[in-house]
Design a protein around this ligand. Structure first.
Ligand code: NAD
Length: 510
């Protein structure tokens, strides 16, 4: 009996024990047979092996994608025909909701109640881009009496998609839907901590009728499979979501081939709470904002800045609520915070908790809950009076850990909000609308939510500034990224061109 079978925890039925690549319409192992182990974060036992893609496997996937692209079977299909397939994909993704939630929760440690519904969000991406490509218009410009210029939009070619381990399936859908909708062929490299749910894509795409070779998946380690995908001359675009330092390395590595890059990177987002805010709503939102998805959320409001006059009361109430949060088995529907994704990540987060104890005042959590001796569990951890120079104020922790800092006035709040290298998201709580907009505009972040938690409309730009990203996707911006806009110019009437070389030599006066 394996450790998994003997544990009391929930194991999904028919759990795969080996995960393969999907290249040119076929499930395959690595050419050299390499594999890596995949563990679950509750027992920290290996439950599967996955094929570890090497440069040769990536090359096979890129070549398959290029053949599919060149065939025109997908890239040249009318938008309406592509949209039908995308809607079928959305239907199949929705039907997989229960299964997906179970696999995702098992592999990532995400509470099951938060994993449920991820399929709906993933499906919505395919429906959204199905609608968008059908409704797509492009520009035409008339130069009176001379020319018409129009935009001939065409898919770029083969896109490399590299994704992280937090809500992996949903984040994969963010890249898969617009790239495939645009007519590109793709090679997806999912995160090595969480390859399980990505294994659902092959069957979904095949059943929906996506032509062979348009979607390819290569599992593997970032420094091997990911690196080979970035350096392969055949991938014209790289869409990457992950850590800022990884993004910087990928940026350097793709310079040789001057690839198109879209980068969604780390964050350390501020939630600014003014004294005149609806405090109950601000408490609910700031707690959810940093502790949902186990705090493993790029847009987490992991720094809460609170106006001095309500600071002590806010900290007390926040800490009391944080202490009440139910930490437990991700499969238990009562669980609000589950297990962190991997022991390596857990060690990193616990390291920050220790650093925090020497930098600020611990008011909740700070350790493994006593009733959970095994697995990557951390009680929601709250530090108060955190100076802006502290590492726990400056660095992304990516776990259920929050820094609370008081501010004196609006200028102080904005200065503190912007005093980090990141600029992904920001949250502002105030009942003074003018101030709300003013502060929102002053925060250096790609996205700001005013008196709201993180709700995303797929038409809006998504992305960060400063060290949080490069380029914005969302709506037509994603289609712009995955397509070239070629300008075609046609003359109306006679062409009037200076007639170089038309004079006889005898007429030329040197
Ligand atoms: P990571 O950077 O370690 O890994 C992300 C992906 O990159 C993985 O698939 C990994 O295998 C691959 N990779 C690693 N090294 C590589 C290399 N040298 N070349 C090519 N690929 C390589 O990030 P992570 O730990 O998986 O994810 C957490 C990070 O992602 C956090 O910083 C979080 O803020 C960020 N994130 C950002 C957003 C956003 O939209 N801005 C969304 C989710 C997560």
């Amino acid at each position: 009996m394996t450790a998994l079978e003997s544990s009391t925890r929930h194991v999904p039925e028919d759990l795969p024990t080996h995960l393969q690549h999907f290249i040119d319409g076929e499930l395959r192992d690595s050419l050299d047979g390499s594999t890596f182990d995949v563990l679950d974060p509750v027992s920290n036992e290996d439950y599967a092996t996955a094929a570890a893609g090497q440069a040769a496997d990536v090359d096979a996937a890129v070549q398959a994608a290029q053949r599919a692209f060149d065939s025109g079977a997908w890239a040249e299909k009318p938008a309406r025909a592509r949209a039908r397939v995308l809607n079928k994909i959305a239907d199949l993704v929705e039907q997989a909701d229960q299964r997906l939630a179970e696999l995702e929760s098992f592999d990532t440690g995400l509470p099951i109640t938060q994993a449920l519904g991820q399929a709906q969000r993933a499906a919505e991406n395919f429906r959204f881009f199905a609608d968008l490509i059908v409704a797509q218009t492009d520009d035409a410009y008339k130069v009176p009496g001379k020319q018409i210029n129009y935009v001939n939009r065409k898919p770029v070619g083969v896109a490399g998609l590299i994704t992280p381990w937090n809500t992996p399936f949903m984040l994969e859908s963010w890249k898969l839907a617009p790239s495939i909708a645009s007519g590109c062929s793709v090679v997806l490299k999912p995160a090595e901590f969480t390859p399980l749910s990505a294994s659902l894509w092959a069957q979904i795409f095949t059943e929906a009728g996506l032509p062979r070779g348009v979607f390819n998946l290569v599992n593997g380690i970032g420094e091997e499979a990911g690196d080979a995908l970035v350096k392969h001359p055949g991938t014209r675009l790289i869409s990457f979501t992950g850590e800022t330092t990884t993004g910087q390395l990928i940026f350097r590595n793709s310079a040789t081939h001057l690839k198109g890059m879209s980068m969604e990177l780390g964050g350390k987002s501020p939630a600014v709470v003014f004294a005149d805010a609806d405090i109950e709503a601000a408490l609910d939102s700031t707690l959810f904002g940093v502790f949902s998805l186990n705090g493993e959320r790029c847009t987490a409001g992991s720094r809460i800045l609170v106006e001095r006059s309500i600071y002590d009361d806010f900290v007390d109430r926040f800490a009391a609520r944080a202490t009440n949060i139910v930490v437990g088995d991700p499969h238990d529907p009562k669980t609000e915070v589950g297990a962190l994704v991997h022991p390596e990540h857990y060690e990193r987060v616990m390291g920050y908790v220790e650093v925090g104890k020497s930098e600020a005042r611990l008011v909740a959590g700070g350790a493994r809950p006593a009733h959970l001796p095994v697995g990557n569990y951390l009680a929601p951890t709250v530090f108060a009076d955190v100076p802006s120079t502290a590492r726990i104020f400056q660095e992304e922790i990516f776990g259920p850990v929050v820094a609370i800092t008081p501010f004196e006035d609006e200028a102080d709040a904005v200065a503190l909000a912007n005093d980090v290298k990141y600029g992904l998201a920001g949250y502002v709580w105030t009942s003074d609308l003018q101030r709300g907009h003013r502060v929102a505009h002053s925060i250096e972040a790609g996205m700001v939510w005013l008196n709201s938690h993180n709700v995303r409309d797929l038409r809006s730009p998504f992305g960060g500034v400063k060290a949080s990203g490069l380029g914005h996707e969302g709506g037509y911006r994603s289609i712009d990224f995955y397509t070239e806009q070629q300008a075609v110019h046609i003359t109306l009437g006679d062409v009037h061109t200076a007639r170089f070389g038309a004079r006889a030599a005898s007429e030329i006066d040197y």
